[in-house]
Structures are given as C-alpha cells and as structure tokens.
Design a binder for this molecule. Structure first.
Ligand code: SF4
Length: 118
C-alpha cells in the first residue's frame, strides 16, 4: 500500500531539493570563475613572459627582491641591457637574464648592482 505524502513532507522535500540544486549551481559557478581567472593569468604571462616567475623557487624570487631589481630603471642611462651582468635574450626568448639571480629580466630593468658593460 502506498503512503500518501503530507503537505509538510512535500514542502520539506521540495525545499531540500531546491537547496541541493542551489548549492550545486553556486559550486559550479565558482569553479567556472576560478578557471577563467586562471586562464586570464596564463594569458597575462603569455602577453609578458618577463613577468613569468613560475619556474622559480621562493629563494630565487627573494634574491630578485634582495638586489632591488625593478622592471623599469629609474635611471635612464643605467639599465640592464647596458649592464656588465646582463645576459641578452637567447633561443628566441623575449627577456634577458642576469648573472646575479635566476629568472627573466627586462632589458629596461635595473638593480642596485648595476655595473657598466665593457
Ligand atoms: Fe640588471 Fe642588476 Fe642584473 Fe645588471 S646586475 S643585469 S642591472 S638586474
């Protein structure tokens, strides 16, 4: 024999189902939002590979800070591309490197260890 649903059971089950669907929709929405922000980040790195520090360790990144490296030199005549320690871009890369620390370096960059080339 089938049991008839009471109004209270019907409302309770409907509310529970609605809550589950709403939670799933919110979770899915957040997941999509996270994916699109990750894509934006990757797009930014592709747009400017000199900002890509993804292959560096925490110590490598700290070294860049320790030398006070900046991507745009405050002194127009003292830039990485005319520094003795600068390694020009190679293998088709767009950024140079520095002998002092790891990671990409802007030709227009600068740090406190700048030394005239040549
Ligand atoms: Fe640039 Fe400083 Fe390295 Fe020279 S030592 S290439 S100024 S980061």
């Amino acid at each position: 024999m089938q049991k008839a649903y009471s109004r209270r059971e019907f409302i309770g089950k409907t509310f529970l189902l609605g809550s589950v669907l709403l939670s799933a929709a919110i979770a899915l929405s957040e997941c999509e939002s996270k994916k699109s922000s990750e894509k934006e980040e990757k797009k930014d790195l592709k747009a400017d590979p000199c900002e890509d520090l993804s292959g560096l360790s925490k110590n490598d990144i700290e070294a860049r800070t320790k030398f006070a490296y900046v991507k745009k030199s405050p002194l127009p005549d003292k830039i990485c591309s005319n520094c003795k320690l600068y390694i020009p871009p190679r293998d088709g890369k767009e950024c140079g490197e520095c002998l002092l620390f790891k990671g990409p370096v802007y030709p227009s960059g600068y740090c406190t260890y700048w030394a005239p080339a040549g």
